[in-house]
Design a protein around this ligand. Structure first.
Ligand code: KE4
Length: 427
């Protein structure tokens, strides 16, 4: 494939944008080639600056569950834009999207719109701290909740229960309020909670870990966390930025029937435009300014165009059989990939929940970040490049999930399976 235009655009971008990208994973650093620059997209396809067509399984990292450029979403955005891009004042559309989300998530009685998943989780944590009067938080290794300081933290060394920063610029003093535990290890969480009795404001987790591939919760894990948080007066924050409206209309909480005290959303609820949100019980949410003392704000929060795109998207997701289609397409692809991978000598395993999935280049199962450390990222990066050459756009990292859209056709899936067979053979 010819990538001349993308190469030239990448060189120009690097002169004025750090790493040539506005989000690190887009730089293709872990897959040993330069990124493709996208010019347009439609349905299941994206098209790069050299005119190459790809079947897309990144889907803007989750939002594009309808496929790109769904006519009703485009029309909603166009109509909204004709009335003005932003007012900095309340609109009926914000209430309409909020009502749609509250109807889908019974544990969300009130919700605040923001402009990214990071804003949603950062604000939810501040709210949990303000509501409980406790400073410490607990997260899980391998779970990513955006780039707020208190969340760029990993487990401290040895006996220290304090977190240590994973990024320069995060003061050690910030990190010490963040405890980390092993995903799916309820016993470890119980130990940490007991060692920090009365000091934890919240436990935040991805109900399906989509930032270390695709790691489902083991039976009893979510239920155990729910019980523990209730008993200890800790708020359970379920970060459904990726899983919300992805694995079911009511997200992972509907699928696993475990409800958080606070829920973070993003991606799909913006239909591709910048939206995040956090919501929960009225008594907690009313602690937020201007009602309560927990401050949070945003110039473009509830932006009319983003609200319109989100409303149009959710209405389409309500259509009969939508998630059945996603399930059937995803299961078909998983089966086909398993068959071709089984003919290869390369060790792989596939993990999937609904329309989010990951092929690990290692033996499975993968239940935690430590498990996933054995993955063969070198072989994965060769496979990624082979698939790209065959016109298949996968997530450019072994630590990311892939996403199905309702626009993917059987022909797309068969082409993907065929490309995988060739890509495995060329490893
Ligand atoms: P944003 O700030 O990127 O909108 O959302 C942060 C976030 C929060 N919670 C979860 C569960 C998330 O997956 C994310 C962001 N997801 C990544 C992809 N795994 C965004 C892609 C990127 O960083 O460019």
């Amino acid at each position: 494939m010819n990538h001349q235009q993308s190469e030239a655009l990448f060189s120009a971008a690097k002169n004025v944008i750090p790493g040539g990208v506005n989000s690190p994973v887009r730089a293709f650093k872990s897959v040993g080639c330069n990124p493709i620059f996208i010019e347009k997209a439609a349905g299941s396809k994206i098209y790069d600056a050299d005119g190459n067509e790809y079947i897309d399984y990144v889907g803007s990292w989750g939002p594009m569950i309808l496929g790109h450029c769904h006519p009703k979403v485009v029309e909603a955005i166009q109509q909204a834009a004709a009335g003005g891009a932003s007012y900095g004042a309340p609109t009926a559309r914000e209430t309409e999207l909020a009502e749609l989300v509250c109807q889908a998530y019974p544990n969300i009685e009130k919700i605040r719109m923001v402009s990214s998943g990071t804003e949603a989780t950062m604000s939810a944590i501040r709210l949990a701290r303000g509501y409980t009067g406790r400073d410490k938080i607990l997260k899980f290794d391998g779970c990513y909740h955006g780039h707020a300081d208190s969340l760029l933290v990993k487990a401290g060394s040895g006996l220290a229960t304090f977190g240590v920063p994973t990024s320069l610029g995060v003061p050690a003093d910030f990190a010490k309020y963040t405890l980390t535990a092993t995903y799916n290890d309820l016993a470890e969480v119980k130990e940490l909670v007991a060692a920090n009795k009365g000091e934890l404001s919240c436990i935040i987790l991805e109900p399906i870990a989509g930032n270390m591939g695709c790691v489902p919760p083991v039976p009893g894990f979510l239920e155990g966390l729910r019980e523990l948080c209730t008993a200890e007066g800790i708020l359970l924050i379920v970060d459904e930025v990726m899983t919300g409206f992805r694995v079911a209309y009511g997200g992972a909480q509907e699928r696993f029937n475990v409800r958080g005290d606070l829920v973070c959303l993003g991606k799909i609820i913006g239909g591709g435009l910048p939206v995040g949100a956090f919501g929960g019980k009225r008594e907690i949410m009313d602690s937020l300014s201007p009602e309560g003392g927990v401050y949070q704000a945003g110039t473009l929060s509830g932006n009319p165009l983003a609200m319109s795109a989100g409303i149009a998207t959710l209405r389409l997701l309500q259509e009969e059989g939508f998630y059945q289609q996603i399930e059937e397409k995803s299961a078909y692809l998983e089966k086909g990939l398993s068959q071709v991978a089984g003919q290869s000598s390369v060790a792989t395993c596939r993990q999937r929940v609904g329309g989010m999935f990951c092929t690990y280049f290692q033996q499975g199962p993968v239940t935690s970040f430590a498990d996933s450390a054995q993955r063969d990222t070198v072989t994965f990066s060769k496979f990624f490049r082979n698939m790209l050459d065959h016109g298949i756009n996968l997530a450019p990292s072994q630590f990311e999930a892939g996403f199905m859209s309702v626009a993917h056709t059987l022909e797309d899936l068969d082409r993907t399976i065929e490309a995988a067979e060739k890509s495995f053979s060329a490893l």
